[in-house]
Design a binder for this molecule. Structure first.
Ligand code: PMP
Length: 441
């Protein structure tokens, strides 16, 4: 029913000019009952305000990058400084050298890096480089992982594509889709069988080392280690898509996160890594990097081509440097962890009190809520959850000024700006929302 809100008016207008009214399909409310998404006007810290002036506590964090909260002063100052000094030169700058050094010291598997403009570009290029290095063409990916919107990875894609019921996108030629082999996440036997079968045709195994795209899902103990061993035995490369996970759980990547159960970091180290989101401090960015001899295949040193007019632009790089500097504040990640732990406990207790089956996957300051009574450790389990209950929950939370992603697959992200009071208010709102779910159970 019409609400008379400004968001609704803007959405109706947007529909005339922008496909679906949105510039990324994951922003649409199609999977949560349809209608106008909320148009935001301004953000500060843990909050943003819509076009009608209503305030929301933000757990979307722009799908991940806004880990410091909106308009963080250190990041804002860096962006302003960059804008005043000229936003684009088409030449190298010192900033890029500084930032590359920062990333390398936080993620030791990066002998060399390249900056691009999005996670999609970063992933897409790691695949090209892996193919150039190995001379092979196939890749293995995991069902439900999302790696951006380049052709090869829009097969069994999680996140937006699965939310909208199009995990295998139209427009990807069969010849390209046939280069991708999909196996279930956390299934070592299936992966080893695929590697045994396709043997020396596999250029790379692409994985989210910790999943952020069908909920937050940890690799089972030993899974990444077996993946690395089996892949290398085969002469294929390991690519970690750390677009969501880098700098999410600690100051480093998933590959150096001590929450992973692996014998050593070396045992699970990838050959190539794709980065994005947080490393841009809220501005467009992507980066990829890895072993020197592989990265040296990239032009101008080698024959694999990748370029970008905007790549490494001073504003994005300055925002990224400032964001990483701010993330080095002692105790910041422990604070995110504590806040998310109290949110998890409060949500679980409220759901239990109302007889709602809810599985919560939490990794440090990120969590996902699944309306089901089973664990969620792979894509099938994430699909087998109640999307309708989620939709009602989402709507009720939004009405109460709590903003989540409009998808049952997406995570809630804690930011450095959230407070204990925000968490308490969120739990109270969730309690009301769960109470209203009774008729739909
Ligand atoms: N890889 C992963 C793991 C992601 O989560 C995303 C975005 N959600 C991407 C790649 C694509 O990044 P971008 O949207 O910046 O192209």
């Amino acid at each position: 029913k019409p609400t008379g809100s400004r968001s609704e008016a803007l959405y109706n207008e947007a529909l005339q000019h922008i496909v679906g009214g949105v510039n990324s399909p994951s922003r649409s409310f199609k999977a949560v009952g349809g209608g106008a998404p909320v148009f935001m006007k301004r953000g500060k810290g843990a909050y943003f305000w819509d076009e009608d002036g209503k305030r929301y506590i933000d757990y979307l964090a722009a799908y991940g990058p806004i880990i410091l909260g909106h308009a963080h002063p250190h990041v804002t100052a860096a962006i302003c400084r960059a804008a005043e000094n000229g936003t684009l030169f088409g030449t190298p700058t010192e900033l890029e050298v500084v930032f590359a050094r920062m990333l390398k010291s936080a993620i030791p598997s990066l002998d060399k890096v390249r900056f691009v403009n999005s996670g999609t570009e970063a992933v897409m290029t790691t695949i090209r480089v892996a193919r150039a290095f190995t001379g092979r063409s196939k890749i293995i990916k995991f069902a439900g992982c999302y790696h951006g919107h380049s052709d090869l990875v829009l097969v069994a894609a999680g996140s937006g594509p699965s939310t909208l019921g199009i995990p295998d996108s139209a427009g990807v030629p069969k010849s390209i889709a046939s280069e991708v082999i999909t196996v279930p996440y956390n299934d070592s036997e299936a992966l080893e069988a695929a590697l045994a079968h396709w043997g020396d045709e596999i250029a790379a195994v692409m994985i989210e080392p910790i999943v952020g795209n069908f909920g937050m899902v940890m690799p089972k103990p030993g899974f990444l280690e077996r993946l690395c061993t089996a892949t290398r035995r085969n002469g294929s490369l390991v690519i970690y898509d750390e677009v969501i996970t880098a700098f999410r759980f600690h100051y480093g990547a998933a590959q150096t996160f001590d929450g992973l159960e692996a014998p050593s970091y070396a045992a699970i180290e990838p050959d190539l890594t794709a980065l994005g989101k947080i490393i841009g401090g809220g501005l467009p960015i992507g980066a990829y990097g890895g072993r020197k001899e592989i990265m040296d295949k990239v032009a101008p040193l080698g024959p694999a081509y990748q370029a970008g007019t905007m790549a490494g632009n001073p504003a994005s790089i300055s925002a990224g440097i400032a964001c990483l500097e701010a993330l080095q504040e002692p105790g910041l990640y422990d604070r995110l962890d504590r806040l998310a732990a109290s949110l998890e406990a409060g949500l679980a207790a409220a759901a239990r009190a109302h007889g709602i089956a809810l599985t919560i996957n939490r990794i440090r300051g990120s969590l996902s809520t699944h309306f089901c009574n089973h664990p969620v450790s792979d894509y099938e389990e994430a699909q087998d959850t109640d999307g309708e209950l989620f939709a009602h929950f989402f709507r009720s939370m939004l009405e109460q000024g709590i903003c989540l992603a409009p998808s049952k697959y997406e995570a809630w992200f804690m930011t450095a700006a959230h407070t204990e009071q925000d968490i308490a208010d969120t739990i109270t709102a969730a309690d009301h929302a769960f109470a209203k779910l009774k008729p739909y159970i």
